[in-house]
Design a protein around this ligand. Structure first.
Ligand SMILES: [Zn+2]
Length: 187
């Protein structure tokens, strides 16, 4: 299970492991929380011999996280993995429009790298192997393979939706509440 960490302004800055979340609670760095507790941890033995319990809600705002949060630039890096890209595109091939498993999809550069196309969110789409091979280094216009959807760089909240694993309902609701209206994750 992952806990969503926010800065004090309410912006997400990291997915935390259960252990990391408990550490923030233990050192009293949690300023406020959202949602009912989803994690229960046994702490140290107290003076009366009983063990303390730490309960963590699914979303915690961490004091002193402003510096870490600033490191998250507005332009979210693509990362090496294709998972984020395929999830952005809902596992649909940009050219034939069919849905594929992640092993059948590839990262296609709309303007090929051999022709100066960059490896950035706004120039890459998910493509099935057949379409990728057929298009080769041509542009969609040259190949007469029009894009079914436009590539775009995810905003911060979308990035957290794309990079989260087994996102809990409270967390998804929080992240979706602040998405731009054009986001494919709405509606
Ligand atoms: Zn295809």
């Amino acid at each position: 299970m992952q806990i969503l960490a926010l800065n004090l302004a309410g912006q997400p800055f990291r997915w935390l492991s259960a252990e990391d979340a408990v550490t923030y609670h233990a050192v009293s760095k949690v300023a406020w929380t959202v949602g009912a507790p989803v994690l229960l941890f046994r702490g140290g033995v107290k003076n009366d011999g009983s063990r303390s319990l730490i309960a963590s809600p699914p979303i915690i705002a961490v004091a002193g996280s402003e510096a870490m949060s600033r490191l998250l630039r507005e332009a979210i890096p693509m990362g090496d993995r294709n998972d984020l890209l395929f999830r952005r595109d809902h596992h649909l091939c940009a050219y034939c429009g069919d849905e594929f498993h992640r092993g059948e999809l590839t990262r296609d550069h709309v303007l090929a790298r051999s022709r100066g196309g960059r490896d950035v969110w706004s120039n890459v789409v998910s493509a099935c192997r057949a379409c990728n091979e057929r298009k080769a280094a041509r542009t969609p216009e040259e190949a007469r393979m029009p894009l079914r959807y436009m590539p775009y760089a995810p905003c911060r909240n979308e990035h957290f939706i794309l990079s989260g694993r087994n996102i809990l309902a409270d967390q998804m609701e929080y992240l979706k509440a602040k998405l731009p209206k054009h986001s494919r994750w709405l509606g």
